[in-house]
Design a protein around this ligand. Structure first.
Ligand code: KG4
Ligand code: ZN
Length: 387
């Protein structure tokens, strides 16, 4: 089989990304233009700003990806782009550009689900390392700012199928990290800073009861988009991440920590690009203990439910992927507890944990082989389900 060079384009949220990947197994170039600095003052992603920034960045980012890969537009075999889930306006920028390229160059166009991309980030890197021994089916935890989803992923002759066996009933795990960081005055996005501060606190200082980790099913299966209703005969392993955010807020209120939070917020607003040391100087023991305890509770819940699902479905391999998969304690706990159950756990490298286009180009490769191409009139799907 001759090599296929696929250009991937990803614009689902706040990263404009393009990459060239060879045959789903080698990253030739991988360019990511992050918009974090632009959204930071608002404490979250502003969809309208994200779309405009994608418009500004898409052409230079794609050109850079081709330049670094030493490829020209004509030497590509296909163009792949994220169809959803994500912000509709942001997705449309990538899709319109990918369509224009595919049309003008007369190249195949492939639509990729963003979550499938996160799963293929792991496969891509394992193949790149020469590991072709993965056992299927795989259970994949996709854990990011928008998702906390469990999928059974299986490879068939004509590509991949995915069965959702669990998802968050309210906030995504990354969303909980970001909201807790925001309410503690730790900046945006909060996951990476909580990750770095947690080792400085006592993870057993604040006890979160299991009931605080649960929350009534308010949004229910809406987040599943157009997914069919789950099979009632198949066990489910759902998550809930919004109760713990409320528990952290209560803790701040009942322990009179509001003034300390306000002072820290002001100090950080007056510091350009605050470092870990800047945050440590402005965090008292009480705050560091709360941060460490929050992270411990999140990690325990994510790892506990995922391993229960792995046992329930008797899988032989576990993937943990998405932005939150960069978390050090999450990785260490999955590795330790997975090994205790004889379950190998694979993560993407930290650079491929966050949103990127290499994962989109990698997920497109089996579709390229199966000639599963997108029609020119396909559009963005903000709640696209993976199946
Ligand atoms: O996959 P991603 O880049 O974008 C989405 O598809 O959402 O994930 C971003 C999310 C954010 O919520 C961010 O706070 C979280 O991943 N995150 C982390 C870490 N790095 C990023 N959460 C915990 N620990 C980290 N080290
Ligand atoms: Zn993502």
């Amino acid at each position: 089989m001759p090599d296929a060079y696929i250009l991937g384009i990803e614009t689902s949220c706040d990263e404009t990304a393009a990459a060239v990947v060879r045959s789903g197994e080698q990253v030739i170039s991988n360019v990511v233009a992050s918009q974090i600095a632009m959204h930071q003052p608002y404490g979250g992603v502003v969809p309208e700003l994200a779309s405009r920034e994608h418009l500004r960045a898409i052409v230079p980012v794609v050109r850079k990806a081709l330049y670094e890969a030493k490829h020209s537009y004509t030497s590509l075999d296909a163009i792949a782009v994220t169809q959803g889930p994500g912000l509709a306006g942001a997705l449309l920028v990538g899709i319109s550009y990918a369509k224009a390229l595919a049309f003008a160059l007369e190249k195949p166009l492939i639509a990729v689900n963003h979550l499938e991309g996160h799963i293929h980030a792991v496969l891509l890197e394992e193949r790149q390392k020469g590991n072709h021994e993965l056992q299927f089916p795989v259970l994949a935890l996709v854990v990011s700012g928008g998702h906390t989803h469990l999928y059974l992923a299986e490879q068939h002759d004509q590509g991949w199928t995915y069965e959702n066996i669990g998802h968050t009933r309210d906030d995504a795990a990354g969303e909980a990290f970001d909201k807790v960081a925001k309410l503690l005055g730790l900046g945006y996005p909060g996951g990476p800073m909580i990750d770095r501060l947690a080792p400085h606190g006592d993870p057993n200082a604040v006890k979160f009861l299991p009931s605080q980790l649960k929350h009534a099913d308010r949004r229910g299966h809406q987040r599943q988009g157009k997914a069919k209703q789950p099979d009632p005969d198949r066990p489910r392993f759902d998550f809930s991440c919004s109760g713990i955010k409320t528990a952290v807020l209560r803790h701040v209120e009942t322990h009179n920590m509001q003034l300390a939070v306000e002072l820290r917020r002001k100090a950080m607003a007056n510091t350009s690009k605050p470092s870990l040391e800047d945050y440590l100087r402005n965090c008292d023991r009480q705050t560091l203990d709360l941060v460490a305890s929050f992270q411990r509770a999140m990690v325990k819940d994510l790892v506990g439910k995922t391993l229960a699902a792995a046992r329930g479905y008797n899988v032989s391999t576990l993937f943990v992927t998405g932005g939150v998969a960069a978390n050090n304690e999450l990785r260490q706990t999955f590795e330790r507890d997975g090994a205790a159950e004889g379950l190998p756990v694979y993560f993407p490298s930290r650079s491929l944990s966050n949103d990127n286009a290499a994962m989109i180009a990698a997920a497109a490769y089996p579709k390229f082989l199966a000639k599963d191409l997108a029609p020119m009139d396909f559009s963005a799907e903000a709640s696209l389900a993976l199946r």
